[in-house]
Design a protein around this ligand. Structure first.
Ligand code: COA
Length: 147
C-alpha cells in the first residue's frame, strides 16, 4: 500500500463522492458530497482524498480554525469516511496520523474530533488510534489527541 492524502480535483472527485454513505442513508458520518459543499463555504476546511497508489480509498476533512470560540472546533478531524472495501486495513489510522502531522506543522498541541457514542459508532476506532474522551458537545463525545 502506498497511501497519500491529496487535494480534491476534477479527476478524483467522481470516486470521492461515491464513498459511502449515500445521501439519505443512515450513518454516523455525513455523505462526502455534503462535506465538500461545507468545505466550499468554510475557508478553514481542509478536505483531502485518501489514495492508495491512484485508487481513492477514503475521504478526510480537517478544520483549522485556531480562533474559534468553541475549543473543540479549533483544529482536528471534521469528517472521515473510508470506502467499504478498504475498511480494516489501517486507512483510517493513516488519515488520523496525517491530520496530526499537519496539525503539528501548524503549531497545534492537540487535535479534536466529535463522535456519536453509540455502541456501533466509530468510538472504538478513535480510542484505538489514541483519542481520549474530553467532554461532550451537542450529545457527542469530544475526543482529544495530544500531539
Ligand atoms: C471508523 C472508520 C473511519 C475506521 O477506518 P478503518 O480504515 O477501517 O480503520 P483502521 O483499519 O485504520 O483501524 C485502526 C484501528 O482501529 C480498530 N478499529 C477500527 N474500526 C473499529 C471498530 N468499529 N471497532 C473496534 N475497533 C475498530 C482497528 O481494529 C485498528 O486497530 P489496530 O490498529 O489495533 O489493528 C471506518 O470504519 C469508517 O469510515 N466508518 C464509517 C464512517 C465513520 O463512522 N466515520 C467516523 C465518524 S467522523
Amino acid at each position: 500500500m502506498t497511501l497519500r492524502l491529496v487535494e480534491l480535483d476534477s479527476e478524483n472527485l467522481p470516486a470521492v463522492v461515491r464513498i459511502p454513505p449515500a445521501v439519505g442513508e443512515k450513518a454516523y458520518v455525513a455523505p462526502v458530497v455534503f462535506s465538500i459543499a461545507e468545505a466550499y463555504v468554510t475557508p478553514t476546511a481542509w478536505p483531502r482524498a485518501i489514495v492508495d497508489d491512484d485508487e481513492v480509498v477514503g475521504f478526510v476533512m480537517a478544520n483549522w480554525d485556531p480562533d474559534n470560540e468553541i475549543e473543540a472546533f479549533r483544529g482536528g478531524i471534521w469528517r472521515l469516511n473510508v470506502a467499504e472495501a478498504a475498511k480494516g486495513r489501517g486507512i483510517g489510522r493513516f488519515a488520523v496520523e496525517q491530520v496530526a502531522d499537519e496539525a503539528r506543522r501548524r503549531g497545534y498541541e492537540r487535535i479534536t474530533v466529535l463522535w456519536d457514542p453509540a455502541p456501533d459508532g466509530p468510538e472504538q476506532f478513535y480510542l484505538r488510534v489514541g483519542f481520549r474522551p474530553g467532554g461532550e458537545l451537542f450529545g457527542e463525545t469530544v475526543g482529544v489527541l495530544a500531539l
